[in-house]
Write a protein that binds this ligand. Structure first.
Ligand code: NAD
Ligand code: UGA
Length: 426
């Protein structure tokens, strides 16, 4: 099928290259000229396992990019994958989405097209906000001249392509049967359970999934904070409860809290939406409070161990919000570095992928070429990302520190290779 993708970010590129690998004809549209020029030269703007290989294989053949939406006039299905960040008040900013809806409307012609919203939005957004824009701008009628679906994306960064191509489920929220049938046909060889529902429900399924996953993390962090006081290893508790099929073993890793572009913003916007409707979402508010608390707890633990942080050399190992990505959006490392700077610590960091991104936020800290270089003469080390290479660190690597104080915010060190370290919740 002929597919257009509006927004060439994590979701847009995963969807575009994933569908190109399934032999569809794909064009990705983005307003960011620099990004499009890079992709045209074969350079990916993001780091994702397997993506470069697919770009090499399909670029110029059945995968193209452009800044001009009229290049996608032939498309039968148009996926809208632009960002939906939150503003300072936690409200979802729909400006990118509205602009994308407007430009997409401009290519609706006689040939039937199905517009699919893949960006994460609050229930009601597609039909109440985007549809009126599309109908007004195109002068066409949904259900008659064009189709409309919501098809939320559940991929994780670091495993984006794998998740896009092998999802646990496919959610199709359809305006009408024809639109749903067209989208289901596109996914027919994915072999994933498919749920067809209305648009508003599909939008809520996405919000509820992210809210539940972040709740699970804050739940285990709360248990972890209690375990720490009781001198119990939280990870053994997680293992013990995870065997219960109703609980499941996933998303029970306690630590420094969740980061990433989505959990934080999605939960904030759901809280805001609930408040607007005069409902006080107590559980969701606690989830975000616990997540903020984890960063304070790790600094408190550090201070308890080495005292005043002023002029102390503190090494932050890991800047990305999780391993396998160079994404630092909402990464716990950002808040922790901010607190360390307030306390006048000297900060040295190392991350195998995310340093360039972090340099755009913090200029005043030192970026090292390796963990070992960063650790030289350090007063303490905080481990904030579970990069596999950090799991290989041994006592020999830490021996260059002035004072061997190591605090894990992610559980990765091997007790057989490193002695004398402590975890935030273990
Ligand atoms: P991103 O910021 O990586 O990419 C968005 C892209 O859209 C950018 O390249 C931007 O230049 C482009 N854009 C903005 N306005 C545009 C317009 N009018 N026309 C064309 N392009 C435009 O965002 P992302 O991480 O891919 O997320 C996109 C959406 O998917 C968000 O709603 C997010 O919540 C959701 N989502 C993200 C993930 C993830 O892991 N990142 C997973 C599932 C869902
Ligand atoms: C998350 C969801 O897992 C995806 O399903 C969803 O599509 C996506 O958000 C989105 O909507 O953007 P992602 O943010 O890429 O994906 O990463 P996760 O693997 O979910 O991790 C999020 C954060 O939670 C990371 O900081 C991670 O370290 C942390 N985490 C995860 C924990 O602290 N403990 C865990 O047990 C699991």
């Amino acid at each position: 099928m002929k597919i257009a993708i509006v927004g060439a970010g994590y979701v847009g590129l995963s969807t575009g290259l994933g569908l190109a690998s399934k032999k569809h004809l794909v064009i990705c549209i983005d307003i960011d000229k620099e990004k499009i020029e890079k992709i045209n030269r074969g350079i990916l703007p993001i780091y994702e396992d397997g993506m470069e290989k697919l770009l090499k294989k399909h670029r110029g053949l059945n995968f193209k990019v452009s800044t001009d939406i009229s290049d996608s006039k032939d498309a039968e299905i148009i996926f809208i994958c632009v960002g939906t960040p939150t503003d300072e008040k936690g409200k979802m900013n729909l400006n990118y989405l509205k602009a994308a809806a407007k430009s997409t409307a401009g290519i609706i012609d006689k040939k039937h097209k199905t517009i699919v919203v893949k960006s994460t939005v609050l229930p009601g957004t597609t039909e109440e906000i985007l549809l009126p824009i599309i109908e007004k701008e195109s002068g066409k009628k949904v259900g008659k001249d064009f189709g409309l679906c919501s098809n939320p994306e559940f991929l994780r960064e670091g495993a984006a392509l794998k998740d896009f191509l092998g999802p646990d489920r496919i959610i199709i929220g359809e305006y009408d049967k024809k639109s749903g049938d067209i989208l289901e046909k596109l996914y027919r060889d994915f072999n994933s359970p498919t749920i067809r529902t209305n648009i508003k429900t599909a939008e809520m399924i996405k919000m509820a999934s992210n809210a539940f996953l972040s709740t699970k993390i804050s739940f285990i962090n709360e248990i972890g904070n209690i375990c720490k006081k009781l001198e119990i290893d939280t990870y053994e508790v997680s293992r013990g409860i995870g065997y219960d099929k109703r609980i499941a073993p996933y998303f029970l890793d306690s630590g420094v809290g969740f980061g990433g572009s989505c959990f934080t913003k999605d939960i904030k916007s759901l809280i805001e939406k609930a408040r607007e409707m005069n409902y006080d979402p107590k559980l969701l508010k606690s989830v975000t409070e616990i997540n903020t608390l984890q960063k304070i707890i790790i600094i408190d633990l550090l201070t308890k161990k080495i005292g005043d942080l002023k002029n102390k050399k503190i090494v932050v190992l890991g800047l990305a919000f999780k391993a396998g990505t160079d994404d630092i959006r909402e990464a716990p490392s950002i808040d922790i570095i901010r607190i360390l700077l307030e306390k006048k610590a000297r900060i040295h960091t190392f991350d195998p992928k995310a340093q360039d991104n972090m340099k755009k936020i913090f200029n005043e800290i030192t970026y090292s070429k390796s963990a070992k270089e960063a650790l030289d003469k350090a007063d303490a080390c905080l481990i904030l990302t579970e990069w596999p290479e950090f799991t290989k660190l041994t006592d020999k690597d830490f021996s260059v520190m002035k004072n061997k104080t190591i605090i894990e915010g992610r559980r990765i060190l091997d007790k057989g290779k490193v002695s004398n370290f402590e975890g935030i919740c273990w």
